[in-house]
Design a protein around this ligand. Structure first.
Ligand SMILES: Cc1cc2nc3c(=O)[nH]c(=O)nc-3n(C[C@H](O)[C@H](O)[C@H](O)COP(=O)(O)OP(=O)(O)OC[C@H]3O[C@@H](n4cnc5c(N)ncnc54)[C@H](O)[C@@H]3O)c2cc1C
Length: 319
């Protein structure tokens, strides 16, 4: 019988949705499910996870874990691995997940696969699946040795919605020391571009080719629709638009009535930020772009032809 250990994550005082996605993955693989919740004053969250399919939940409640540091968290996770001997350890592919998971793997000399979207079974062997080449191909990886560690892309699967009763066990974290000292948490200042309340979002991606095209090609459509402008990550990384425009796993999660994705391929990290939109329109010249998998209406066309025509048509219809 195999065993999976889930490393739970807390965000803004609650369990991260991504943790429940790990529960879904672990349960889909079968075998025993054990979870670990780390922090200070987290027994309520451990109870919550136990009720949401987390199985036996180890609760490492220790004042030394109040603020995340990779050193301290890694040492407790290693202790839990030692105590439970899991075959597979799952982390979310979030900033703290991708920070701590390799540290844990290096500490116990285990193999790790990051940014996984799926784990399949081939007999008794686990096959880790990742996306590559702008989500056009899947790569499959096998890992030798045990345990095997993986970070899983948030949004790659639905959160577990079952309610098997689990149990909570206190886990002695042993007041771990850290060579890193927590100083403070700073919330990024918002520049007033709040996509979370927008009813219509028109987002542009790398397909727009250069920053001027956001002003010259995208903005007329944004204005004709009374929408807000959004963007994919490469646009923000290139400095064409500020981070508050970014939609996706490392940007904002949005749920407008209408989301129009223009020149965006539909990588999973983008989809996780917008697939909850009520109605999705995608414009892309590549008929195989993954964005079309979530679109209600897909337009296969050159954006430089269609977007100005659309803006003009909407503008003249409005008079
Ligand atoms: C940890 C991590 C976090 C990430 N977080 C995010 C995130 O929050 N948000 C996010 O968006 N990405 C995120 N990414 C990046 C993500 O993996 C993709 O690289 C990114 O979403 C791709 O952006 P894009 O679709 O604009 O560019 P591309 O993938 O390059 O796609 C451009 C698209 O434009 C189309 N196109 C080109 N020219 C035209 C034309 N003339 N007319 C019509 N279509 C055209 C192409 O066919 C293509 O599909 C993250 C990645 C990692 C590893």
């Amino acid at each position: 019988m195999s065993k999976t250990l889930i490393v739970g994550e807390i965000q803004k005082g609650g369990l991260r949705e991504a943790t429940l996605e790990l529960v879904a993955m672990a349960r889909g693989l079968g075998g025993d499910v054990v979870s670990l919740v780390l922090g200070s004053g987290v027994s309520g969250l451990a109870e919550d996870l136990a009720k949401k399919g987390g199985g036996k939940v180890l609760c490492a409640d220790d004042a030394a874990l109040e603020n995340y540091t990779a050193d301290a968290y890694a040492s407790v996770i290693r202790k839990a691995i030692e105590a439970e001997s899991p075959d597979l350890v799952l982390f979310s592919n979030t900033p703290s997940g991708w920070d701590v998971a390799p540290k844990v793997a290096a500490g116990i000399d285990a193999g790790i696969v990051t940014d996984v979207i799926r784990i399949e079974k081939d007999g008794d062997e686990l096959v880790f699946v990742r996306r590559m080449f702008n989500a056009k191909f899947d790569s499959q990886l096998r890992v030798t040795g045990s345990p095997k560690l993986a970070t899983v892309q948030p949004g790659a699967l639905e959160a577990y919605s079952g309610s098997e009763g689990g149990s909570v066990e206190a886990f002695d974290a042993g007041s771990p020391q850290s060579r890193t000292t927590f100083v403070e948490t700073r919330t990024a200042a918002s520049g007033g571009h709040d996509l979370s309340k927008a009813e219509i979002i028109v987002s542009g991606g790398r397909g727009l080719q250069k920053p001027e095209n956001f002003e010259e090609v995208l903005k007329p459509l944004v204005e004709a629709l009374g929408a807000q402008m959004g963007a994919s990550r490469p646009v923000v990384d290139a400095g064409w638009l500020p981070h508050e425009y970014q939609v996706g796993s490392s940007g904002q999660v949005v749920t407008p009535k209408l989301y129009i994705a223009i020149g965006i391929s539909g990588a999973i990290q983008h989809l996780v930020g917008m697939k909850g939109s009520n109605y999705i329109v995608a414009i892309n010249k590549d008929a195989d772009a993954p964005i079309f998998e979530v679109a209600d209406v897909g337009i296969v066309a050159d954006l430089f032809d269609i977007v100005p025509a659309l803006a003009a048509a909407i503008g003249s219809a409005k008079g």
